[in-house]
Design a protein around this ligand. Structure first.
Ligand code: AHR
Length: 332
């Protein structure tokens, strides 16, 4: 059949549109970070959150959801309820749904290589937020935004060393660790131990996980108190475990902040209140407000821009006096 000029032009138009669409899809699946857009043209971000274990995590989730809405990014949010297998399943779902970018806060450091490779093979860029993975292949993710957990542990230990100057006799320390195998638990433990190691009178007499939760902190502190008649210091890897431990300490007839010096990490509102009230003695801050920076990174990696391999969160430390000053304006 002979084609007229009009049908030929229509055929060319259809072919051009098909090629353009195919080109966009191919770009989307390439490793440069482009991805198939949502129907409304928005970037689609799949976020696999570790859970809701602490005040920090709640503030982090709110920050991510608010920042996504603010940035006009469509967020697919999954709460893995503290299970690595759930996080892996969520990431695989995001790959299947062909989201543009995947971000997640890994529960533990190890065991991610296979799923990260699957995302890379699908051409979907991955951003690590908050916690690191131990993958040797750094090309499996684009960037890692979060705190320096070793520093948080070190600052906590350095404060204790300073406070203990002139102490005669052994200072007995108990440690409430975060989730076993997680970056913050590993790194805070390491930083704290490093800071106190030149002072043999500062002695860690017990160290156990309280899973970053209030209930865990309370239960483990009860055991510590039963097993150890003399506890001088508690180093809790987060505020929530410290807050749980307060209950155990009070129930044991001791005064937190006086009989037992309490050092924690995070500086969420409840922790800062305990510090201002004299129940905690020192907090190393860990900021959960990663949302806005994360959304900037999502836009950049989606556009194929190069981003720094590591982005550190800005943080400080608080004494009881400083907590009283900043508490009224504390955002989380
Ligand atoms: O990974 C950050 C840590 O996880 C926070 O310090 C803790 O509160 C949270 O559960």
């Amino acid at each position: 059949m002979r084609t007229t000029g009009i049908t030929r032009r229509r055929a060319v138009a259809v072919l051009t549109a098909t090629l353009l669409a195919a080109g966009t899809a191919a770009c989307g699946n390439s490793d440069t970070g482009g991805g198939p857009a949502a129907d409304d043209g928005k970037i689609v971000l799949g976020f696999a959150q570790v859970g809701a274990e602490s005040g920090w995590r709640t503030a982090n989730t709110i920050s991510i959801k608010d920042a996504a809405a603010e940035a006009g990014i469509e967020l697919k949010f999954d709460d893995a309820q503290q299970k690595q297998e759930n996080q892996i399943k969520a990431i695989r779902n995001f790959i299947q749904q062909k989201v543009d970018v995947i971000a997640f806060s890994p529960k533990v450091e190890s065991g991610w290589d296979t799923v990260l490779k699957e995302a890379k093979d699908a051409g979907i860029p991955v951003i690590l937020t908050d916690r690191a993975v131990d993958s040797a292949d750094k090309t499996l993710y684009k960037t890692f935004i979060g705190s320096d957990f070793v520093k948080e542990g070190r600052l906590s230990g350095e404060w204790l060393v300073e406070q203990s100057k002139g102490a005669t006799g052994t200072v007995n320390i108990v440690e409430l660790q975060g989730t076993t195998g997680s970056a913050p638990a590993n790194d805070r433990k390491e930083g704290f131990a490093e800071a106190i190691k030149a002072n043999p009178n500062l002695k860690i007499i017990a160290s156990q996980t309280g899973e970053f939760t209030r209930a865990g902190g309370k239960a483990v502190m009860e055991q510590f108190l039963k097993a150890n008649p003399k506890i001088d210091v508690l180093f809790a890897h987060n505020d929530d475990m410290g807050l749980g431990a307060l209950e155990a300490i009070t129930a044991a007839g001791k005064t937190p902040g006086k009989d037992i010096t309490i050092i924690t990490v995070d500086a969420v509102k409840d922790g800062m209140q305990a510090l201002a009230d004299g129940k905690f003695n020192f907090i190393a801050e860990c900021s959960p407000l990663l949302g806005p920076q994360l959304m900037d990174l999502v836009k950049k990696v989606h556009a194929g821009e190069t981003v720094p391999a590591r982005i550190l969160t800005e943080e400080t430390t608080f004494t009881q006096e400083q907590a009283k000053e900043v508490l009224p304006t504390r955002k989380y």
